[in-house]
Design a protein around this ligand. Structure first.
Ligand SMILES: *Cc1c(COP(=O)(O)O)cnc(C)c1O
Length: 711
């Protein structure tokens, strides 16, 4: 081996150990060029990739393809990024640098190769870390390492969802085990009334941000507890409270071991709310003050983001489970069982009420928010009983609308177009509307062609997945048959989401005849790509999925309605980059925000959505399409019927005619709408704007309040 090869391998290794590569396509393309088949086989995981190829092979390929300079350049870019001094955060968040924001989340969606997320909540947390990194906001993430992740989805021949679990190989992950000075792995311990729970901790580097993941798979635990963190949202209440104990209390203890003093505790959803109790214990001890004062002090720098207007989405634990798991901590806090339960109860004296994590969080923070304007309102109404004497507008829950990490979701071809027309520095100025006005200068034909190319890429990807799917099911389809599925010249609608009842993933299928007529129209047909997982115990969701799957098996719809298995980061990226229209039709007002439509916008997709979540504040009459006028009905069945009618109507009278109205092979009016959508929405619904909002409205005032209180 020559020095050169060692360097080359080391550089690739260094690139693969920082998830910065996930939003830099020029790094992805290095691995892809080195060995496209191995890249796909390793699940787009550069560490598995490097473990599957010798350094000799790397050197040979790199020399053949003249990759050295690209690898050097990427390596230099990463180091410049890590060392940069003049970030937005340096200028605006200086007072957080000694005491950073600690961001707790039960899931983080950073890339398909690190499957520790299930859906929107995790993707949002991943995007939050990436934008915090780009902006240079001092922030640390805390989560759990699920070594079996959520689940892999397979459909059986009847269209019924089956779940499979694969175990993560930590040797193929960008994980570094945390050790103390003597090299011994750090072990976090938590005592319950019946046992002690232990966890080790891993560090993941996300650009400039450190993410710590706790993992119960250690010898010190009982066999059963070793599996505590195996699966995301997998178990019953007992498993759930133990996971949340590890996340909240374990996470806060880990910070103490690492000597990290949080300037702000940001709880992304209620799962991690026990962190407040552990932090309060620390402050009581450190400052020698009683519970009430310490709890009040912690609440000054605690920020809570709630994500769901659906009641079942808020964890609640029985009095017994709470006592078993929090009892020892409550002794330290000097609280009676009743006092502790009261912190998680709306009606403090109602002994029949379970302990609710959201209530604990709301009672323990000065700053709380929903994730869109409409969700802020819904949340205030939902929790008004906690502040019985206040009118709705004085309930202390505001909103910060979610956004997406642009460089993670934009197609590389689109980035090139932006670089050429908006200037290479557009990413650092993406929150300014004037940058996006330059979209106007992109040539209509060029934009359309780029979009069409991405659609072709999506269709190829879908065909490949469907071929594997049908082979597994023993369908005797031929290659030619697969190649007749989907057509890039047909209006392509994407619809992918968690298959939960309120999301109504089957709305478009409600009138079968109507659907058949739209799909098989000779001149102006439509095609739909569906994807999404149902929770393993949600039979209603699985039935909805089955309905969609059966439609896709149906002869008369077969080539134009498809269901692609195993919705994940990778499939999401292909979909949002390639579809013409993103369809979202939840039951208003139950969609907290929704973010996939924002990903589509960046890539030139148009939203067709119920006026709910982010779309309720984004739609201006010309930057996409609305289903209905924002009406609601007490009877869900009636609302379903009306919205279905609106959906067909909008498709037939607005979307389809506009799409097929071509001038010189280009749908000019449609392209105008694409541009208008990018211009009006791009600067608002990105995660940089979101993180800047959190910093300005929450983090900085919270840190300030806490530090003046401490003086
Ligand atoms: C963006 C994304 C989501 C969230 O989508 P919604 O619009 O909130 O339904 C869920 N899953 C994956 C894989 C995503 O990429």
């Amino acid at each position: 081996m020559t020095d050169e090869t060692i360097q080359l391998h080391d550089r690739l290794r260094a690139l693969s150990m920082n998830l910065w590569w996930t939003w830099h396509p020029e790094v992805v393309s290095i691995f892809m060029d080195l060995d496209p088949i191995l890249w796909r086989k390793s699940g787009h995981n550069p560490i598995a990739f490097l473990n599957g190829i010798t350094s000799g092979q790397v050197e040979e390929r790199a020399a053949d393809l003249a990759l050295h300079s690209r690898i050097d350049y990427a390596f230099r870019r990463l180091n410049e990024y890590l060392e940069a001094r003049n970030t937005w955060g340096k200028i605006h968040c200086g007072n957080l640098s000694m005491r950073p924001v600690v961001y707790f989340s039960a899931e983080f969606g950073l890339h398909e190769s690190l499957p520790i997320y299930s859906g929107g909540l995790g993707i949002l947390a991943g995007d939050h870390l990436k934008s915090s990194s780009d902006l240079g906001v001092p922030l640390i993430g805390v989560g759990l390492l699920y070594n079996q992740g959520y689940f892999d989805q397979r459909l059986n021949a009847d269209g019924w969802q089956e779940e499979e679990y694969t175990t993560l190989d930590v040797a193929n992950q960008p994980l570094e085990l945390l050790r103390d000075h003597s090299g011994t792995p750090v072990l976090v311990a938590i005592e319950t009334r019946k046992c002690r729970l232990f966890a080790r901790a891993w560090q993941v580097q996300v650009g400039r941000i450190r993410l710590f993941l706790l993992d119960s798979n250690v010898e010190e635990n009982s066999e059963e507890d070793r599996d505590l963190t195996s699966r995301l949202y997998g178990g019953d209440d007992r498993l759930r409270i133990r996971q949340e104990l590890l996340l909240g209390v374990g996470g806060a203890r880990l910070l103490q071991i690492l000597n990290v003093h949080p300037g702000v505790l940001h709880l992304n959803e209620g799962h991690s709310a026990f962190a407040i109790l552990e932090e309060t214990r620390r402050v009581m001890k450190h400052d020698n003050i009683p519970f009430r004062r310490a709890h009040r002090r912690v609440s000054l720098y605690t920020v809570f983001t709630t994500h769901t207007p659906v009641s079942a989405g808020h964890d609640r634990f029985s009095s017994d489970l709470t006592e078993e798991h929090l009892g020892v901590l409550r002794d330290d806090l000097g609280l009676s069982h009743h006092d502790l339960m009261a912190l998680g109860r709306v009606h403090t004296d109602d002994d029949s009420e379970n302990f609710c994590m959201t209530v604990l969080a709301l009672k323990s923070c000065r700053r709380a928010n929903g994730v869109s304007a409409i969700h802020g309102t819904v949340s205030r109404l939902m929790w008004r009983e906690l502040w019985p004497s206040r009118p709705e507008e004085d309930i202390p829950i505001g909103h910060i609308t979610n956004g997406v990490h642009a460089l993670s979701w934009l197609a590389p071809q689109m980035v090139q177009l932006f670089n050429a027309r908006l200037g290479g520095t557009w990413p650092s100025r993406m929150c300014h509307p004037d940058i996006w006005n330059k979209i106007e200068e992109i040539d209509d034909g060029e934009l359309w062609e780029t979009h069409q190319n991405l659609k072709v890429r999506l269709i190829r990807f879908v065909r490949r997945r469907l071929a594997a799917q049908s082979e597994r099911l023993g369908h005797t389809g031929t290659i030619e048959e697969i190649d007749r599925i989907l057509d890039p010249n047909v209006l392509t609608i994407g619809s992918a989401r968690r298959l939960a009842a309120y999301k109504r993933g089957d709305l478009l299928l409600s009138d079968y005849e109507h659907l058949v007529s739209l799909v098989s129209d000779a001149r102006r047909p439509v095609q739909v790509i569906f994807a999404g997982k149902a929770h393993p115990r949600d039979d209603e969701g699985k039935q909805m999925l089955q309905k969609i799957a059966r439609c896709s098996f149906d002869e008369s719809l077969r080539r134009r309605i498809v269901f692609v298995e195993d919705y994940d980061y990778n499939l999401a990226r292909h979909l949002v980059q390639g579809v013409d229209v993103w369809l979202n039709n939840p039951r208003r007002p139950l969609e907290a925000c929704g973010t996939s439509g924002q990903k589509a916008v960046l890539n030139g997709g148009l939203n067709l959505s119920v006026l709910d979540g982010w779309w309720n504040e984004a739609y201006d009459g010309a930057n996409g399409f609305a289903i209905g006028h924002g009406g609601m009905h007490d009877d869900p069945a009636e609302q379903y019927r009306r919205d279905a009618e609106f959906l067909y109507d909008t498709l037939e009278h607005e979307v389809i005619p506009l799409y097929y109205d071509h001038v010189d092979d280009i749908p000019l009016e449609w392209v105008q709408r694409m541009k208008h959508a990018m211009q009006t929405l791009g600067w608002r619904f990105n995660a940089d704007r979101m993180v800047k909002d959190y910093a300005g409205l929450f983090y900085l005032p919270a840190a300030l309040a806490a530090s003046s209180e401490a003086k």
